[in-house]
Design a protein around this ligand. Structure first.
Ligand code: F6R
Length: 602
């Protein structure tokens, strides 16, 4: 949802830092991009519609600048055009902004007689307000304090004032913002990878705070009070965010899953069940669990529900965060609320966390980004160790979420004496073997490519399955539609004949997932129903359930494992199938249209 970056210092040319940063942040939006920079004591603005490369082609990198701010946009207010692009400048104030100013219409009404607005954006209104407040106070600190009082909504902003080209300001509420630190140079950015090429040290600005940033000094404020902030070190390397020879980040990230699995689960299984007992939180006081998340993270939650209910025998509900926050809730101290989020910044999930806390529930975050807002505010955090995920469509982070949820199911099942020791041994040994089995699937990429070639021209593709296979279908379908733009729907296999089966025509691909033994025959009956109506059936099943038959056209057989872990194997071919289909359709795989990776607006 928009990315911002800023630089002040003499070590690098601000123009290079801004473009490098914006390229790293492009996953947050790519409707337009722009920069403001100081050259010879004059502020210049360049902005262009579309990707960063359009902006880059307009920049003269021979200019040496010591101060600049940049923005890559995911349009919210106003269409994606040059006028609506950031930075916006009104009077002496220039800003870049990630977030949404909720009361901008009312603010605009108050300002319209004195300002000639050029764009339709809420950001230009915020900029105009800052300028008015600065005209009244002639003091940036007072301006920012008054701004915080008048503005409602989410914002992370980088600000330059024409009266002082030796300072950059940053202000934050509900949108992520970090301040990168260096020697005689400092940065701002929406996330750390944006500036990782230059520094791995940073401080996190919290909601309601602002900062005055010079090249050799950073002063953070809450109101009039100066606050001390802890400097953090980012543990990843710049290499983590390179493609490392892969054609796309998505493919690289899918291929990282064996390693991600090892990293995510190792501390909980390194010493057998003892480490699980010791390292996983104690869940014994909860009578039920509510999982709240968005998109793929919510789909991971659905698998969590299937596994926890089956193995641990306690009820689990999965809620879409944007629904959870506005509905009547039946939760209390006996409910554990689990928030799942790769970014840890998703606005709806963050709001759901606050609501759960207000209701007195304990909260557990399953989060990928260290120090993110949801991680900081949850009572307990389990980190998915997926590393930086750059492709907009999540793969490895979803994978790690499912891995942690299966460990939670195991931990509760074990505390409730629901797993026998032999089965426990088998599960732990399967966990150690799983990376090899995942690798086996990754090595079969060509097999999935061949199937992709058979179906990539279709405009409608269905996914069906029951129980955990339905949860997998939902994720397979989302992955396919978001990167290939094929209309795809996931259905509980038994539900199809209640309406949707009328859409099945000769040759309609139906990707049918049959990995759960106890309901395999039921799903197979549903597959036969679509097959007899002309569907082109792609069966995804396990070695154990595999049998020669005529109810499918193509078959993907995944290795056997314990049923607690089976979804982790079944998802891999679905990811690769989507990837290959999107590639054949020549889609922008890492940056699908209209999307952004971190959804920090509601
Ligand atoms: C789909 C995808 C999204 C995210 C969703 C939640 O591939 O990536 O559906 O899963 O936007 O994002 P996080 O996990 O950051 O809260």
């Amino acid at each position: 949802m928009c990315g911002i970056v800023g630089y002040i210092g003499k070590k690098y040319n601000a123009l290079n830092v801004l473009i490098e940063g914006l390229e790293r942040l492009e996953y947050r939006g790519y409707d337009s991009a722009g920069i403001a920079y100081i050259d010879n004591n004059k502020l210049n603005i360049i902005k262009e519609k579309g990707k960063i490369k359009n902006l880059k082609s307009k920049i003269n990198f021979d200019i040496k600048s010591n101060l600049g701010i940049g923005h890559t946009r995911w349009a919210t207010h106003g269409i994606a055009n040059k006028e609506n692009s950031h930075p916006h400048k009104v009077g002496k104030i220039t800003i870049v902004h990630n977030g949404i100013i909720e009361n901008y219409e009312q603010l605009k009404e108050n300002l319209k007689n004195s300002v000639n607005f050029k764009s339709e954006t809420d950001t230009e209104v915020a900029c105009a307000l800052l300028n008015k407040l600065y005209e009244e106070t002639n003091n940036m600190n007072e301006t920012l304090i008054m701004f915080q009082k008048q503005v409602k909504g989410a914002y992370a902003m980088g600000i330059i004032c024409d009266d002082d080209y030796n300072t950059m300001y940053a202000i934050k509420n509900k949108s992520p913002l970090i301040i990168g630190t260096g020697k005689d140079e400092n940065y701002i950015a929406s996330d750390v990878p944006a500036i990782l090429k230059f520094t791995n040290k940073y401080i996190i600005l919290d909601d309601g705070e602002f900062a005055k940033i010079n090249s050799d000094e950073i002063t953070c404020y809450k109101g009039n009070n100066i606050i001390k902030k802890e400097e953090k070190i980012f543990e990843g390397t710049a290499e983590d965010i390179e493609k490392n020879g892969y054609e796309h980040f998505m493919l690289k990230e899918i291929n990282e899953q064996p390693e991600v699995f090892k990293k995510t689960v190792s501390e909980y299984i390194s010493n057998g069940i003892d480490s699980l007992i010791e390292k996983m939180p104690d869940f014994s006081k909860y009578k039920n669990i509510k999982i709240v998340a968005c998109g793929s993270a919510m789909h991971a939650g659905c698998i969590g529900k299937n596994l926890i209910e089956e193995f641990a025998n306690i009820p689990v509900d999965v809620e879409i965060a944007s629904e959870f926050r506005y509905k009547k809730l039946f939760i209390d101290k006996e409910t554990l609320v689990i928030l799942i989020s790769q970014s840890g910044e998703t606005a709806d999930t963050l709001a759901a966390l606050e609501i759960a806390k207000e209701k007195g529930c304990d909260t557990l975050g399953i989060i990928n980004v260290y120090g993110s807002s949801i991680a900081r505010n949850s009572d307990v955090v389990l980190y998915t160790k997926a590393g930086s995920e750059i492709a907009v469509a999540t793969t490895k982070a979803y994978f790690a979420q499912v891995a942690l949820l299966s460990l939670i199911a195991l931990k509760i099942a074990n505390s409730n004496n629901l797993v026998k020791s032999d089965e426990l041994k088998e599960i732990l040994s399967e966990m150690r073997n799983l990376p090899i089995k995942i690798q086996n699937l990754l090595d079969r990429k060509n097999e999935f490519k061949n199937i992709a070639e058979k179906i990539y021209k279709n405009n409608d593709i269905f996914f069906i399955g029951r129980d955990v296979d339905y949860s997998l279908s939902m994720e397979g379908s989302l992955k396919l539609k978001e990167i290939s733009y094929i209309n795809s729907q996931a259905y509980a296999a038994g539900e199809l004949k209640h309406g949707t089966i009328s859409l099945i025509e000769d040759g309609t691909p139906v990707i049918s997932i049959v990995t759960k033994e106890s309901i395999a025959e039921k799903t197979i009956s549903n597959i036969k129903e679509v097959k007899s109506r002309g569907a082109n059936v792609i069966l995804v099943t396990t070695e154990k359930l595999d049998k020669q038959s005529d109810f499918y056209d193509y078959k993907i057989v995944v290795p056997n494992t314990h049923k607690l872990l089976q979804p982790l194997l079944a998802i891999v071919p679905l990811q690769l199938l989507s990837y290959e289909i999107a590639k054949l359709r020549d889609c922008n795989i890492d940056k699908p249209k209209n999307l952004a990776k971190s959804v920090t607006v509601e």
